[in-house]
Design a protein around this ligand. Sequence first.
Ligand SMILES: NC(=O)C1=CN([C@@H]2O[C@H](COP(=O)(O)OP(=O)(O)OC[C@H]3O[C@@H](n4cnc5c(N)ncnc54)[C@H](O)[C@@H]3O)[C@@H](O)[C@H]2O)C=CC1
Ligand SMILES: NCC(=O)COP(=O)(O)O
Length: 330
Amino acid sequence: MSPRIAITSGEPAGIGPDIILSALQDSFAAQLVIVGDPDLFRRRATELGLNIEVIVRDDLKDLTEHQAGTLQVLPTPLANAVTTGVLDVANAPYVLETLRITGQGCLDGDFDAVVTPPVHKGVLCETGAHFSGHTEFFQALCNSPQVVMMLASQAMRVALVTTHLPLKDIPAAITPETIKTVTRALFHDLKTRFGCDNPRILVCGLNPHAGEDGHLGHEEIDIIIPALESLRQEGMNLIGPLPADTLFQTKYLDQADCVLAMYHDQGLPVLKYSGFGNAVNITLGLPIIRTSVDHGTALDLAGTGQASDGSLKVAIEHAITMATNAQEST
Ligand SMILES: NC(=O)C1=CN([C@@H]2O[C@H](COP(=O)(O)OP(=O)(O)OC[C@H]3O[C@@H](n4cnc5c(N)ncnc54)[C@H](O)[C@@H]3O)[C@@H](O)[C@H]2O)C=CC1
Ligand SMILES: NCC(=O)COP(=O)(O)O
């Protein structure tokens, strides 16, 4: 049976609904179900001039294979009607509820994977919830000890030791234990989910020039090098730490299955420069499959028809492939 993929609506005022409506005009070999408010999609389709049929599915048993040009929606009500492009904190609980329903549905076996269009982290935090990202939300929901954010483009995969942290908190978060648990989770998923038999991981230093032998910072000598050495004793193929400013070149990337960056803005700008709009964000270390887009809510583009659906299509295709592989391996 083809996999059943749940797709959240993302921030309702942003481009999430637009890219869903646009992407689902294509065919996908899966049952796709949107968890969101059907009226949101009907209104946005009208605004965008798209002719797409919104089918309400109150019962998941009624889901069918995706038909291009249709949207099957598991209804979840918004608090307020949406003004396109304008955030409304009253709708933030709706966004969180769609994440809870889809994450729990994956844990319960109702869905084979969840795909998440972008949410607005700021408006979710305004509810008083501490929301730094889907990655951390699903980690908490699944009670997972260690998750890893990994983005993949045609050119490269980039995983992160730390996720959504203020810059000032990063050095303290780079500990031997974090490096080891993140690298083990990455190594495991590269083998089991991405078919890398003996994953080769290129590791960035934290400081400029990877610390320049201790003259530009000590984290490499005190923490990163010993942690990598200990992981090598476990049989992992690790290269580095290398200076992050020169690591992203073909000579090194061609030797590796993934780059491990120490923090968000060390690795992701390079990946996004090479493939913005066509990359996928995958959370590793979860008991469920979760993929996402490589971009944010782009409130400026919502309702204009100018938002690219490329990354969402890649995220859906990755979720289908990962879910199919998981079905075949059981
Ligand atoms: N997966 C997620 O939930 C993510 C959510 N965000 C959130 O999105 C919000 C806005 O973040 P920004 O940094 O402004 O990033 P953004 O990605 O929303 O926008 C950055 C620029 O890229 C353009 N852009 C974004 N997506 C596009 C698309 N699909 N097609 C064409 N152009 C596109 C925008 O118009 C803007 O010029 C923040 O609250 C952030 O936390 C950001 C990244 C990922
Ligand atoms: N820059 C990637 C990003 O912020 C996405 O985070 P998440 O919401 O997938 O955890």
